[in-house]
Design a protein around this ligand. Structure first.
Ligand SMILES: Cc1cc2nc3c(=O)[nH]c(=O)nc-3n(C[C@H](O)[C@H](O)[C@H](O)COP(=O)(O)OP(=O)(O)OC[C@H]3O[C@@H](n4cnc5c(N)ncnc54)[C@H](O)[C@@H]3O)c2cc1C
Length: 332
């Protein structure tokens, strides 16, 4: 019996966990619009420094997630990040936070885990899927250069608003997806000279403009260069999403200066800004995935269950299990 041909849109944690689980039961191809893998588990490389400018770390609470990561932990691609976590108040006061769960990172950069997960998969980068054509059992993916297919199933792992624009969803599914809310986030990446450094490794920030500052080099296997990652508050980011990047950069930098005055920020070697239009899930779907069995289209991602790398994994895994059960049933 021929295996079902499945197109997965997106090579982040959800897409890669889904594709890995489905691989023995189907012919899976993953299409990613970016040059690299990992989605919001992202690493920006500069000649002398690197920044994890998306997800900062992840937790491993679920036994299935732990089992899936065992090989990566053994290989050292996933390591604990034991640096103390602080909380900084709006007036610069800092206190140590009690760790609620161990924090893990991929090494040497957040994208390293995606690269490992993609090793045995057919993943095609630089493939922006702009539309879907066809019908159940014969779907085609439209990119600026090509018409890819046919595929029996198409699964989108793009953030909810992008999935909504892409898939021909039924009215109830489209309505459910419209209720998902994902906040934006601005990220500053600051390269400091060796003489300057943060007085802590990582800190949540309780402030109307900023929410996080960390020293990337405090994570395992990073470059020793002083690479500081600063996230803006989600609410503030949403309100300023369309502002001039230069104005956002200046305001974030001024706020960092006020909050951590002991650092000579004016000596920074570079300051880059990144805008995440869809960063953190505020209102999830509330179920692990969306699936239209009649049309043979589906969607999964962190936005189904919550705002975490682990949620993205669990969503991909849940959809894969349901599809595998269906493929086994069709075979018997
Ligand atoms: C600034 C920031 C900080 C965060 N901090 C943390 C944290 O500390 N801990 C934590 O657990 N989580 C954190 N997160 C959330 C975490 O990164 C996500 O929950 C998780 O990575 C989502 O994985 P995903 O596969 O669902 O989605 P994504 O990683 O977004 O993957 C979707 C992929 O689809 C691709 N794509 C989209 N549209 C198309 C298209 N049309 N054609 C082809 N490809 C397409 C995208 O390029 C992307 O690679 C953070 C996120 C951000 C942005």
């Amino acid at each position: 019996m021929t295996l079902a041909k499945i197109a997965v849109i997106g090579a982040g944690m959800a897409g890669l966990s889904l594709a890995n689980a489905l691989q023995p039961y189907a012919q899976v191809s993953v299409f990613e619009k970016s040059r690299g893998l990992g989605g919001r588990m992202a690493t920006r490389r500069r000649p002398e420094c690197t920044f994890d400018h998306g997800a900062q770390y992840f937790t491993i609470r679920d036994a299935g997630f732990h089992a899936a990561l065992e090989g990566a932990i053994e290989a050292g691609t996933v390591q604990a990040w034991n640096a103390p976590l602080m909380k900084t108040g709006a007036y610069g006061t800092s206190e140590r936070l009690q760790d609620r769960a161990p924090r893990f990172v991929a090494a040497p950069g957040m994208t390293s885990l995606a690269k490992l997960m993609a090793r045995k998969l057919d993943v095609q980068c630089d493939q922006r899927i702009e539309a879907l054509e066809g019908q159940k059992g014969a779907w085609f993916l439209i990119t600026p250069q090509a018409r890819l297919g046919p595929f029996d199933w198409v699964i989108s792992t793009a953030p909810a608003p992008q999935t909504l624009a892409l898939l021909p969803l039924s009215e109830p599914d489209a309505e459910a997806l419209s209720g998902v809310r994902i906040n934006g986030c601005f990220t500053l990446m600051i390269h400091l000279p060796d003489a300057a450094d943060l007085p802590f490794s990582a800190s949540q920030i309780d402030h109307p403009v900023l929410s996080w500052i960390s020293a990337n080099q405090s994570k395992p296997e990073r470059d020793p260069a002083h690479c500081i990652v600063v996230h803006a508050n989600n609410r503030w980011s949403d309100a300023h999403l369309e502002d001039e990047p230069e104005a956002v950069r200046a305001l974030m930098l001024d706020t960092v200066r006020d909050l951590v005055p002991s650092v000579a920020w004016e000596t920074a070697l570079s300051v880059d800004l990144h805008r995440w239009r869809y960063a953190n899930v505020e209102t999830p779907l509330g179920r692990p995935f969306l699936m239209d069995r009649d049309l043979q289209i589906a969607a999964c991602g962190d936005w189904c269950l919550g705002n975490r790398v682990e949620a993205a994994f669990l969503s991909g895994k849940a959809l894969a299990e349901t599809l595998m059960a269906r493929f086994k049933e069709e075979r018997s």
